[in-house]
Unconditional design. Sequence first.
Length: 245
Amino acid sequence: MPDALDIFVFVCWFAGGFVSGVSGIGGTMFAFPFLALAIPMHALIPLSCLVCFFKDACMIAMHVRFCRFDAMPWLLLGAVPGSFAGVYLLQICSGAVLQGIVGILLLFFVYWQLYVHGGRGGGARLQPVGVACGFGAGLLGTGIALDGPPMAAFGLAVGWEPRVFLGTVSVFFMLRGIITLVLQWWHGFFTPEVLGMAMYGTPGVMLGSLAAFPVVKRINVLLFRRVLLAIIAICGVVCLVRSIW
């Protein structure tokens, strides 16, 4: 029988999957701050990585045909050392420090969406940008389970059309996720508690993503994104405050 925490995990990840499907904003950005109210950071981070791995595996089927595979060696060249640095960060930092980092990153994400995302980009050299953003995604994805911002920067820098970017990122997230999960497992982060919660979070995020399909055409997506950004900003402030007090 699921307990209250299991139900909470399911609901949060269902909401995260729904938000991601409707707005394009990463589901982890939405679910993570709420889950942090009930789950210690050193359990929540590997839980989020595990749940998102299965979500990303499902997304590949829709986007892989658009993938730029020539970018993968450069992204992974940065992601491998970045992932090792990320698991080291997860080992040495306290829960308060990790929550503070998450808070800062959430606020930066809101700033990016409001003031940078619509700016012009493109034309950057693939090799240095791929290595740098791959390292950032490996570091943040393994260390705090939020690898979206570095890859958003990558997308803006290379300026590919959305389908090509989504195809490339979906494959990269899958491969980087394997590295992350192996490292986190090797260092003992996948406890029975984490695996038990993942049994509820994984179907939650998948069902939430499916529930978004019939809804996305019936709502004002722009208004919905604005409301979500306000919620994420509030969550970022809450994470920062909780990390201090």
